[in-house]
Design a protein around this ligand. Sequence first.
Ligand SMILES: Nc1nc2c(ncn2[C@@H]2O[C@H](COP(=O)(O)OP(=O)(O)OP(=O)(O)O)[C@@H](O)[C@H]2O)c(=O)[nH]1
Ligand SMILES: [Mg+2]
Length: 635
Amino acid sequence: MSNLKSVIVGTAGHIDHGKSTLIEALTGTHPDRLEEEKRRGITIDLGFAFLEENGVRFGFVDVPGHERFVKNMLAGTSGIDLVLLVVAADEAIKPQTREHFDICRLLGVARGVIALTKSDLVDADSLELVRLEIEEFVKGSFLATAPIVPLSATTRAGLPELKQALVQAAAEVPGRETGRYFRLPIDRSFAIKGFGTVVTGTLISGHVAAGDEVELLPEKKLLRVRGIESGGKSVGRAEAGQRTAVNLAGVKHSAIRRGMVLAAPGRFRATKRADVRLELLPSAQKLKHRAEVHFHLGTTETIGGVELHGKGELLPGERTLAQLRLREGVVAAHGDRFIIRQFSPVVTIGGGMVLDPFAARATRKDTGRIPFLETLERGSRAEILRAMVDRNVLGVRAEEIVGRTGWHSDEMARTVGELIAAHAVRAVSAEPLIVLAEPLFAEICAKLEPRVERFHTENPLSPGISREELRRSLGRRVRAESFRTALEELAGRKKLVLEGELVKKPGREIRLTPEEAKAKEQIDEAFRKAGLAVPSVKEVLSQLAVETRRAEKILQILLRDKVLVRVSPELVFHRTALERLPALLQDYKKRKGERIGVPAFKELTGSTRKYAIPLLEYLDRQRLTRRAGDERVIL
Ligand SMILES: Nc1nc2c(ncn2[C@@H]2O[C@H](COP(=O)(O)OP(=O)(O)OP(=O)(O)O)[C@@H](O)[C@H]2O)c(=O)[nH]1
Ligand SMILES: [Mg+2]
């Protein structure tokens, strides 16, 4: 069973041309399920049937031909591998033959088989005429070389030939992306007695297994997979390219609708603004900038406004890059195909491919958008990543790369690795991974060095600039991670030295002039001599021969070197004075017990109240004492 190739075939064609009858003739299952369908003899909603033939497991999606149900047809056609275009010999090509054909082409269906049904109703000459008409119709298209098989579901003539043509076309269907993240656009939700909720759809990427946790979008609800069926059989796991029924725990079937998506948790999210490649059908009327349209993607539909990039209007048959503003959030990934239909009257007018599912608002100033989108459309993975990174001065997070490209995180990591090795990007953070374009990174480095240099020139008495101040000088358009990495880079290249919170140029020593050196000694001396009865800072500085600003810098140096210690905003003590305190306290504790009040402390240290309180608070902070009411406990 596992070596069967799964291929999804969607029918297409005008109403009453014999699509459902043909599916029944091929598979034994009549795809029409609804009471109303049986009564009216037409298909209204999607029908499903399966066939195993020559090593291929065909999953058929039968669509309605009625023009009023094209939106159901759209939900069924996205995700098919092959189209079975049905043309009745007695009617030939009709409006929905054309519309369905256009839809298949716009959705990127690459191949198919053409069934010329009801051949029992016409003579050989008429049959030949219709065949010519069809050949003319598909000329130059994806169906140009598709076999045209005349048949009759009534007499069963031509059915073996059709099966053979399907098997042959199936052999050419390439394998799907099973390595990407799981995504299943839902086309039905119902309940089965004893099983609970079941949803079905065409699995378009990745795989899903019983026991998996999946996310229902756009609801963002986590659910557990109880079981899986594919092709009408219970299976442990289903892969991209298979019709899949998922039995879900923890949700009512009525809470799930066509258009919702089951996906790998956290990997997809809904978007309301996407940049796309858009193509207008030759049969459509011209499309104006900002026109409203019906938008269909996967099994979902909503209304959207079309903003043409750099154009006032789009002429029939033309292509352009555009931005779609969607009324409701839609789960979309790079490369997804979509269809647009005219607002009113509702007819298919075009479609295209999603390039950037999380586009920024379109602005006139953004001249880089068009080349960027062209790269997204045609570029290699490395080119795409590079273009994304180049457009973002802040750098790009791994999560964003995966979200905008639809790549698996392994593919993303490999591509990032290639670009790092090629020195095109720089990882400024590993966890979470954030990459920045190398030229932008180099620019940050280039700004930092002269900034530090200038700081030294302007502040000769300061040992270095604080990281915080240096960071601020770069402005807000630099991430903290980029700044940190740039500092490390420059430190590694020995261009800068990092010392705790300070950044300086290497070999940069504070060079004091003789007067400054003298002043430094004087300050040191003044505080040392004072012991615990310290003078005010102002008083000391005012007695120096150097100007106040420089005197303050010298004080800073003494504080930084911990010769002096700031105990309160106003009070500075010499280290040697403070170093005496623990011994004094311990001695007191031995003599008088562990509690000491403010008066006793004043007496012990020979200080006044003005000093005693800040000193005690300092000692509390140093955990040498602990406050207990009005007293302190010596620790
Ligand atoms: N004589 C003859 N009649 C056919 C053949 N195939 C289908 N029919 C008849 O054509 C009518 C329409 O067939 P359907 O299979 O319902 O057509 P359909 O394309 O599915 O129609 P919609 O789903 O409504 O678009 C039915 O009455 C069929 O019995 C055929 O090969 N020969
Ligand atoms: Mg039908």
